[in-house]
Design a protein around this ligand. Structure first.
Ligand code: HEC
Length: 252
């Protein structure tokens, strides 16, 4: 009886699952790592250079980011702050929302919390998901965000993918020779970029790592404090054991 019920439940939910899969497209997976400072620093550099012109991080402050990412104040101010703001300011930009709407159809949203809202895998796939599509106003489309209003701002790094990229899980080898048959990701470039495919993937990893940190700057603190609590408990476990033995010694 239960089995039947369960089965009918599964069957009735199946069309939903299929729909969800086709609606959402694929996701390539990454594990972000907030303890990787060089990666976060590189990500912040990419963001300030390529994204800040349109997107703000208005819930964050430059000095907090500098402190968390071990970036000295003078280096931060000279190389990463292009908006004429002071070290303690919020990371806002000067684009007017109406202008953004006029230029791109949709105003570029603030990205402070985008990693929490969309998830890291979504961002990683989206930023590697642009491809040539002449029917679109910006000449590009995106596998993860069909008909997106954002231009492919990293085209000089990645190059321009000639067709929709594939999931990384599509990578296939010839079982006999071990030769790579399909790569996964972008198979053909229409225009070459400055970075190789793996270098571009790495750059996007760093950028997403940085956005993940921006969405939750306290996560790194929390992880560190968590380990300190463990260490504390471990020490007390040992002391407790010693005390226990000491107290029971005379009773046995
Ligand atoms: C030239 C302006 C411009 C630049 C530069 C730009 N974007 Fe965008 N971005 C947009 C616009 C416009 C949208 C809204 C697209 C839409 O909704 O169709 C957008 C949307 C996004 C979204 C989707 C947000 C959401 O949840 O819907 C993400 C993520 C994003 N951009 C990341 C970036 C990153 C990372 C960079 C830097 C590498 C960047 N953008 C640079 C204009 C820009």
């Amino acid at each position: 009886m239960m089995k039947k019920l369960f089965l009918s439940l599964v069957v009735s939910l199946m069309p939903l699952a299929v729909f969800a899969a086709s609606e959402e497209g694929f996701l390539d997976h990454i594990e972000t790592d907030m303890s990787n400072k060089p990666s976060l620093q590189h990500g912040s550099q990419l963001f300030m250079n390529y994204c800040m012109g349109c997107h703000s991080l208005e819930h964050g402050r430059y000095n907090r980011v500098a402190q968390d990412l071990d970036i000295p104040e003078d280096i931060m101010m000279e190389n990463l702050v292009f908006t004429g703001d002071s070290f303690g300011s919020l990371m806002e930009n000067a684009m007017h929302e109406d202008d953004g709407k006029n230029w791109f159809g949709t105003a570029p949203p603030d990205l402070t919390l985008v990693a929490r809202v969309r998830g890291e895998d979504w961002l990683y796939t989206y930023l590697r998901g642009f491809y040539k599509d002449d029917s679109r106003p910006m000449g590009v489309n995106n596998v993860r965000f069909p008909n997106v209003g954002m231009p492919h701002v990293l085209v000089e790094l990645q190059g321009l993918c000639a067709e929709e990229p594939h999931p990384v899980s599509d990578k296939k080898f010839d079982p006999l020779t071990g030769q790579v048959l399909t790569e996964g990701g972008c198979e053909h470039l229409e225009v070459e970029g400055a970075l190789s495919k793996s270098e571009y993937d790495e750059a996007i990893y760093d950028l997403v790592n940085f956005l993940d940190y921006m969405g939750e700057p306290f996560k790194a603190d929390r992880e560190r404090i968590g380990w300190m609590v463990f260490a504390f408990l471990a020490v007390f476990l040992v002391i407790g054991q010693l005390l226990y033995r000491e107290l029971w010694k005379d009773i046995h």
